[in-house]
Ligand binder design. Structure first.
Ligand SMILES: Cc1cc2nc3c(=O)[nH]c(=O)nc-3n(C[C@H](O)[C@H](O)[C@H](O)COP(=O)(O)O)c2cc1C
Length: 178
């Protein structure tokens, strides 16, 4: 089947992951803000999105693209500070329709946050979040940043993409016999 990588990014780390996935799979890579590419033109999609303020940055784009994505195999790749677990699952659940999530595969990758690169607004908001966060590790990361970028961590995404590429396109339903 024919697939593509669609991504969004705020500070570049998700763009880097999307590029690595494109390189490893040979799939075309599009930025959903910059490139005018129709997701309907593909049989399966890999959606790579950061988590920003407890929500997937691509949530609105996915809502709009739902008719074009309906019934297609989807791999959701999240890039976050938080590790995989119930907290991340809850943010994914709050961002996308339940049936869309249950029909998709989700791979959680960890990104990068460099305080000096952030806008003053994001820096201030993250300092407030750090002050209120009861989790000491997450609080420290919100205050001082982190870098978990790891090219090898895309392996499960590449594996899923290779499986999907090898799969035959769904046969159309047989014509009715009259
Ligand atoms: C303003 C802001 C808000 C963030 N909110 C969250 C969050 O709610 N949960 C989380 O796990 N990580 C959060 N992060 C961490 C990002 O998911 C991480 O830095 C990611 O790599 C950013 O991707 P990007 O570089 O493509 O924008 C936040 C980062 C920023 C800058």
């Amino acid at each position: 089947m024919k697939g593509a990588v669609f991504y969004d990014t705020k500070y570049g780390s998700t763009a880097e992951y999307a590029g690595w996935i494109g390189e490893a799979t040979g799939l075309p890579v599009s930025n959903v803000r910059r490139d005018d590419v129709d997701p309907g033109a593909y049989d399966f999609l890999i959606l790579v999105t950061p988590v920003i303020y407890y929500k997937l940055l691509m949530a609105d784009w996915v809502q709009k693209a739902l008719p074009a994505l309906e019934g297609k195999p989807i791999v959701i790749v999240t890039v976050s500070g938080a590790p995989p677990g119930p907290k991340l699952d809850a943010w994914v659940g709050d961002s996308l329709p339940a049936d869309f999530i249950s029909n998709a595969n989700h791979v959680a990758l960890r990104g990068r946050q460099i305080p000096g690169e952030l806008s003053w607004y994001d820096r201030a908001m993250l300092l407030i979040a750090a002050w209120r966060n009861p989790d000491p590790v997450a609080s420290e990361e919100e205050r001082n940043g982190f870098d978990y970028m790891d090219k090898d961590s895309i392996a499960p995404v590449v594996e899923l993409a290779e499986e999907l590429k090898a799969r035959q396109r769904e046969a159309p339903p047989p014509a009715a016999i009259v």
